[in-house]
Design a protein around this ligand. Structure first.
Ligand code: AMP
Ligand code: SF4
Length: 471
């Protein structure tokens, strides 16, 4: 990722997953399986903090869940309550000090904390807290929240948490844990998903419902926008709200790309939503062709929808090498381009001599599209038509999803026709914003990366972007 990335966001994005459990025997083991199901949300590092009501235990490390944890070290994380985190970092990582959960020591009681999302006023808050004497150990937003909670020395813990949450602007799903309580918090715009389930008389909470299936939990409900849920060691559950005005601005990219297809977000299954989007894409942008292929794996559902609607058969025209990381993780453009080639291979016998429609879930920099079209032509495809199951991404995300910067976003700089020429497609079309919303069956979502209408003020980032005259 180039220097321009730093211009808009000089801290690491938090594109992560959280999982918690309370009153569940061997909680850390349950968290292990939960985090494993959320591994797609972050591969850089992971951690677990547990409590046996007397002591709190912590283990975290860089790498995948299966690399950091084993039977031995999990058995040291005692107790029937725990929280865990998988971390994705976009720019060099930030090292172990940014891997969560954090375990804070305080005379009023120790507490663990982890989160998914991105706080847009974190620079302001950090400066404000530093002036008041706080010293930070990491660049994570979680640490800012912890300092805010303890700043006013309030005796009422829930009020302190609510006050701290009110100072935060942006996207977050927080899990906090004291020795005997679990705190579950979601931002008032509900930008990031968070759901609660039940398991053997206890509770689990997860960024995505796909993890419930794995641990054998039953979905109970989604955490509401602005909600603060507290569950104690006797499974008493209370709900409160830190904000009076709340909004349903779930991140559209969770449905489009980020979440697992077997997850349900706010009552809508991710696979089904992608399939409906694919159908709408076919209705809006039909083209004559012999086969439809998908870009593995996040575009399968949209391609199936496109195929059902257009009656053109869906085929497996591209194979993914599972042993290569996501193309986004490699830092330089040159490396990223190589990454695509290592990752995807065309199936020559399927595409040779055919007019091919390629369905992809999104286009960010255009790197994947350009390479795929070249690969397919080299493998004998007669025509290649690209259909994108999300609207053009024209603005960066400030809420924790790595959708890149203005400089790198191809549709922020070029027209559809220019992009078509650049990637050498026979045709290129995107679903419209209206078509997308209709297909989703939702009237409201965060669509800021497509529209530039952000649901919150963006603080420092607007000033930075303005310097470049782009906002
Ligand atoms: P690009 O090659 O830069 O145009 O990226 C587009 C590809 O990246 C698509 O195939 C998407 O499936 C995938 N993608 C979209 N959003 C993200 C994201 N936030 N992180 C990683 N990959 C993504
Ligand atoms: Fe999601 Fe885009 Fe909104 Fe970011 S700007 S939260 S990626 S929809």
């Amino acid at each position: 990722m180039g220097d321009s990335y730093i211009l808009y966001d000089d801290k690491f994005n938090e594109e992560c997953g959280v999982f918690g459990a309370i009153n569940v025997s061997n909680a850390s083991e349950v968290i292990y399986y939960g985090l494993h199901a959320l591994q797609h949300r972050g591969q850089e590092g992971c951690g677990i903090v547990s409590s046996d009501l007397n002591e709190m235990y912590k283990l975290k490390g860089e790498g995948l869940v299966t690399e950091v944890f084993n039977e031995d070290n999990l058995s040291n994380l005692l107790g029937n309550m725990a929280i865990g985190h998988v971390r994705y970092s976009t720019n060099g990582g930030g090292g172990i000090e940014n891997v969560q959960p954090f375990l804070f020591k305080h005379h009023t009681g120790d507490f663990g904390l982890c989160h998914n999302g991105n706080i847009v006023n974190s620079n302001e808050l950090r400066r404000f807290l530093e002036i008041q004497g706080s010293i930070f150990q990491s660049t994570s937003d979680s640490e800012i929240f912890a300092h805010l909670i303890k700043k006013d020395n309030q005796t009422n813990r829930v009020e302190a948490i609510k006050q701290a949450l009110n100072r935060l602007e942006g996207a977050f799903a927080f899990l906090a844990m004291t020795r005997d309580k679990l705190y579950i918090m979601r931002d008032k715009n509900s930008l990031r998903p968070l759901s609660i389930g039940t398991l053997n008389g206890g509770y689990v909470v997860s960024s995505e419902t796909c993890a419930f299936e794995v641990v054998g939990a039953k979905f109970l409900r989604d955490v509401l926008p602005g909600e603060v849920i507290i569950i104690d060691e006797k499974s008493n559950i209370t709900s409160d709200f830190y904000a009076q005005k709340t909004y349903k601005n779930m991140c559209a990219m969770e449905y489009i790309y980020f979440s697992r297809p077997d997850s349900d977000i706010e009552g809508i299954n991710v696979h089904t939503s992608r399939k409906e989007t694919g159908r709408a894409l076919a209705r809006e942008n039909p083209v004559d062709a012999d086969i439809i292929i998908w870009v593995p794996d996040s575009s399968v559902s949209a391609a199936l929808g496109y195929s059902e609607e257009s009656k053109i058969p869906a085929e497996m025209g591209l194979i993914k090498n599972r042993y290569v990381g996501r193309t986004f993780i490699t830092p330089s453009q040159k490396m990223r381009e190589k990454g695509v080639k290592m990752k995807l291979s065309p199936v020559r016998s399927i595409v040779n001599g055919k007019r091919v429609i390629v369905v992809d879930d999104s286009m960010v920099r255009g790197t994947t599209a350009k390479k795929i079209i070249q690969l397919l032509r080299d493998a004998g495809a007669k025509e290649v038509h690209l259909r994108i199951a999300s609207p053009p991404i024209t603005h960066p995300c400030f809420y924790g999803v790595d959708t890149s910067t203005y400089d790198e976003l191809i549709m922020a700089r070029c027209s559809i026709n220019e992009v078509k020429e650049m990637i050498k497609a026979d045709s290129l079309a995107y679903i419209s914003v209206e078509g997308f919303l209709n297909a989703m069956g939702r009237s409201q979502l965060c669509l800021s990366c497509f529209t530039g209408n952000y649901p919150t003020y963006i603080y420092q980032d607007i000033q930075e972007a303005n310097k470049d005259g782009k906002f």
